[in-house]
Write a protein that binds this ligand. Structure first.
Ligand SMILES: CC1(C)O[C@H]2[C@@H](O1)[C@@]1(COC(C)(C)O1)O[C@@H]2CNc1nc2cc3nc(N)[nH]c(=O)c3cc2[nH]1
Length: 373
């Protein structure tokens, strides 16, 4: 265990990188995928099961936890790690994005955002200072700056104004975060899909100085082509010796393309959310288990997968329990999806370390059929 927070790059292969983030709560192998534990749980998973899939770190959300059960209550109970029985690293998002995508009656000013809870309509305010306070109360190991992520489509003027507000909020976040050895504060690059604005944002964040740098403002419906277009230049704008975190991504081929372009960390609700809606990701493509053609199929989701769902259950069984809306359906499909996402990450880490990432990426794409398999 490290007393401090540090990042060591161990190999590069083209733009792809592998490394290790050391924290007082354990190491994070990069490139890393972070399962999303929004309301202090990765839905349908026990923490020990999340760890068994290969996850080194998981994500929590300021927005959800400030509303319920409140950060103050979690702090009184020993912090988020103790509360949810996950003693490894936790990264928490800062709340701005979730306010804009989930809350009602939002009012945005230079000071911050006021909004009504989507749960009970109660009034709340988030500012850079309050977001830092909440993430400190939670005990988060990696804290995200409070930022504003503009909804797309947005014209350049709106994107520029929003980015510059986020940069002012980044400075306030840094000031409020203070000096917390063993804890990290990540800045978040904004600027939409406009290279000049992305460059301005990167320079502003470098001038403030952070322990890591996120690429925000993407995976908001722009599509993979536009996202990759930004990733062709945005990671290289950020300090090479710090972790680069792409927020909210994504599907398996999004993740592979992002790592190929220099991204070190990602998070996405997709594997867990899809697990609950009957969609399984496999190396040969996706399986929509609710389809009738799986009703008599004795095969596992994926013959080559070693997860508990694939070792012990048939597609026929998974089809049955999904149709019957049995809780085990969400458990097994979520476990499989998270296991598969971590298998992709482990495969990329090894391939980068051995200088064979291009071959690994070609094999990844060659094995996949489009659509439902
Ligand atoms: C809100 C929820 C559950 O998270 C998913 C999913 O809906 C949804 C909603 O629209 C689609 C695209 C369909 O996916 O976008 C989320 C995944 N994309 C994403 N997460 C992000 C989180 C972020 N956090 C901060 N602080 N700043 C950002 O710029 C930021 C950008 C992000 N982009």
């Amino acid at each position: 265990m490290s007393a401090a927070f540090s990042f060591a790059l161990t190999a590069t292969d083209g733009a792809a990188r592998s490394g290790v983030i050391s924290t007082p709560r354990g190491e994070i192998r990069t490139p890393a995928f972070m399962p999303v534990g929004t309301a202090a749980t990765v839905k349908a998973m026990m923490p020990e099961s999340v760890r068994a899939t290969g996850a080194d770190i998981l994500l929590g959300n300021t927005y959800h936890l400030m509303l319920r059960p409140t950060a103050e209550r979690i702090a009184r109970l020993g912090g988020l790690h103790r509360f949810m029985n996950w003693e490894r690293p936790i990264l928490t998002d800062s709340g701005g994005f979730q306010v804009m995508s989930l809350a009602e009656l939002r009012k945005l000013t230079e000071e911050g955002v006021t909004f009504r809870s989507h749960i009970d309509g109660s009034r709340h305010r988030l500012t850079p200072e309050r977001s830092m306070e909440i993430q400190k109360l939670l005990g988060s190991d990696i804290v995200m700056c409070f930022d504003e992520c503009p909804a797309l489509p947005a014209d350049d003027k709106r994107v520029a104004e929003s980015m510059r507000l986020s940069m002012r909020w980044a400075a306030r976040s840094k000031e409020a975060f203070g000096d917390r050895p063993g804890h990290a504060l990540f800045g978040i690059q904004q600027g939409g899909v406009t290279q000049e604005l992305r460059a301005e944002s990167a320079e502003a964040l470098r001038a403030i100085g952070f322990d890591g740098y996120a690429i925000g403002g993407l995976a908001v419906g722009e599509g993979q082509e536009a996202m990759f277009g930004v990733l062709d230049y945005a990671p290289g704008m950020l300090p090479e010796d710090k972790p680069r975190y792409l927020m909210g991504v994504g599907k398996p081929d999004d993740i592979v393309g992002a790592v190929a372009r220099g991204v070190d960390m990602m998070d996405c609700v997709l594997p867990s959310r899809s697990g609950r809606t009957g969609q399984a990701f496999t190396r040969r493509g996706t399986v929509n288990i609710k389809n009738a053609r799986h009703a008599n199929d004795p095969r596992p989701l994926d013959e080559d997968c070693t997860c508990p769902a694939c070792r012990n259950y048939s597609r026929a069984y998974l089809h049955h329990v999904f149709r019957a809306q049995e809780i085990i359906s969400s458990m097994l499909l979520t476990w499989h999806n998270l296991h598969y996402f971590q298998e992709i990450m482990g495969g990329m880490r090894a391939a980068i370390a051995e200088g064979r990432f291009a071959a690994w990426q070609a094999a990844f794409h060659a094995g996949r059929a489009e659509g439902d398999i």
